[in-house]
Unconditional design. Structure first.
Length: 236
């Protein structure tokens, strides 16, 4: 769990998609349904660390564009948690993420260095927001969805990570009542997150240092690779 917490801290301040690797680690230690609430508490600690580092770097226009679509995704995810087998659902999300990575690579190859305005369309924002809400409620895997959307927006690396940080702090706090209502989150999860907080902090410092030293081009490539790793972790 300490290793997973380190990965969460690093992903929150550097490469968001990698958080799903930590999700996979938690799912091997705890029962699948119990692990979703256990890791949610740790993710919130990571969100707080990331927001502290990037508190002035969020693109609030993107956050406002996505947030209205998250609630329907959370509701759909809550329903699916009660209806669908955990393993099947996790692998389905992994397959979707892998398809999105390939689509993003194709779009970038076709467009060269030019950025697309597709992400500004309401339909794209609603699809990304609902997909993020659904993926985060069912498998804590929305980091890769958000990474692909932000990658398509073409924003610089600090605004990328800052926007991601604020978006997920809000979304994960909204998820808490859903998790409590489903009987998944308990006080022991909060206590465990407190014990793992130092590992999250160390990971966050490492991620922040990585982003500062990484070129924009290298960052763009790294976020796509992290999304691919996230998809693979869910498929395994």
């Amino acid at each position: 769990m300490a290793v997973a917490a380190l990965v969460i801290g690093y992903s929150k301040t550097a490469l968001g998609g990698l958080a799903v690797v930590a999700v996979a680690i938690f799912a091997t230690i705890l029962p699948a349904r119990q692990s979703t609430a256990a890791i949610l508490a740790v993710l919130i600690v990571g969100d707080l660390v990331a927001v502290w580092h990037y508190r002035r770097d969020a693109d609030w226009a993107i956050v406002r564009r996505l947030l209205p679509a998250v609630l329907p995704g959370l509701a759909l995810g809550s329903v699916f948690l009660g209806l669908v087998d955990d393993s099947t659902l996790r692998r389905s999300i992994g397959g979707i993420l892998l398809a999105l990575v390939l689509l993003q690579l194709w779009v970038k190859w076709r467009a060269g260095e030019q950025s697309s305005s597709l992400h500004e369309r309401p339909a794209a924002a609603w699809a990304a927001g609902t997909g993020a809400g659904f993926a985060t409620m069912t498998a804590n895997a929305a980091g890769a969805v958000m990474t692909l959307y932000l990658s398509a927006s073409g924003i610089d690396k600090r605004r990328f990570v800052g926007t991601n940080a604020w978006f997920f702090l809000i979304v994960n706090l909204v998820k808490v009542p859903f998790s409590v209502g489903l009987g998944l989150m308990h006080w022991r999860d909060v206590g465990r997150a407190g014990l793992l907080a130092p590992a999250v902090l160390v990971g966050g410092l490492l991620g922040y240092a990585t982003v500062r030293r990484m070129s924009q081009r290298g960052f763009d490539v790294a976020v796509l690779v992290a999304s691919a790793v996230a998809a693979a972790a869910l498929l395994i």
